[in-house]
Design a binder for this molecule. Structure first.
Ligand code: FES
Length: 203
C-alpha cells in the first residue's frame, strides 16, 4: 500500500459551476426525479451536517453521479455552502460529478501498474470505446477512469470493472473484455425485447 499517486487531482478548469469558469449544467438537464428524492431523504433522515455524505451516497446511487445543480440543492437543504459540498465531493474518489457507465472501468495508475505500461491499457480503452478518461460512452455502457492502487499490484497492470479486478492485462485482453461485455449487453437487450414481445426469443 505504499504506491504513489500518479493521477492528477481534478483541476478547477474541469469543474464547471461554482468557480465561474464555465456555465453550470442547467437544472433542466438533471433527471427531475432527483429533487423530490432529495426532499424525501432529508425529511426522513433527521440530523445536521453529518447527513451530507450519506445523502451524497444515496443520490449517487440513484442518479449515478453528482452534478453541480444537485450539489447546490443539497447545500441549500442542509444549510451548507455549495463550496462545502463540493469540497466533500471532490475529496472522496468514490464521488463523481460526471455520469458513469453501467460498466465502470477503472485503470490503476499506481506505481506497479504504471511501470508495467498501464498507460497502454488506457490508450487501448480510449481507442476501443472512443472516450477519454473521465468520460462515458454515448450509450452509457462504459465509463473510464484512472485510479490509484487497487491493491492488486502483483497482477499489474490491473483494472477494475465495477467491483471485479482484472489483472496481468494486455491490450488484447482489454479488447476482448470490451467485446465480451458488449455481447453480454446485446444478449440481455435481445432477451428483454423478446420478453416484452410476449416471449419471442430471437438470437
Ligand atoms: S499499483 Fe497496486 S494495483 Fe496497480
Amino acid at each position: 500500500m505504499s504506491e504513489q499517486v500518479l493521477e492528477r487531482a481534478p483541476a478547477p478548469a474541469d469543474l464547471p459551476g461554482f468557480f465561474g469558469a464555465h456555465e453550470p449544467l442547467p437544472r433542466e438537464d438533471v433527471d427531475p426525479a432527483i429533487w423530490p428524492f432529495i426532499d424525501r431523504w432529508v425529511a426522513t433522515h433527521r440530523g445536521g451536517r453529518e447527513r451530507l455524505i450519506p445523502l451524497l451516497h444515496a443520490i449517487q446511487e440513484q442518479l449515478g453521479y453528482l452534478p453541480f445543480p444537485v450539489q447546490e440543492y443539497v447545500a441549500e437543504k442542509l444549510g451548507l455552502s455549495p463550496i462545502q459540498v463540493y469540497g466533500v465531493v471532490s475529496f472522496y474518489h468514490f464521488f463523481t460529478t460526471t455520469p458513469r457507465g453501467r460498466y465502470q472501468l477503472k485503470v490503476c495508475m499506481g506505481t506497479a501498474c504504471f511501470v508495467r505500461h498501464a498507460q497502454s491499457i488506457v490508450e487501448t480503452l480510449n481507442d476501443v470505446l472512443g472516450i477519454g478518461v473521465g468520460e462515458v460512452t454515448e450509450d452509457r455502457m462504459f465509463s473510464l477512469e484512472q485510479v490509484r492502487c487497487i491493491g492488486a499490484c502483483g497482477l499489474a497492470p490491473a483494472m477494475m470493472v465495477n467491483d471485479e479486478v482484472h489483472g496481468n492485462l494486455t491490450r488484447n485482453d482489454v479488447r476482448r473484455l470490451v467485446r465480451r461485455l458488449r455481447a453480454k449487453e446485446r444478449k440481455a437487450a435481445a432477451k428483454a425485447a423478446g420478453e416484452a414481445d410476449g416471449g419471442t426469443d430471437e438470437q
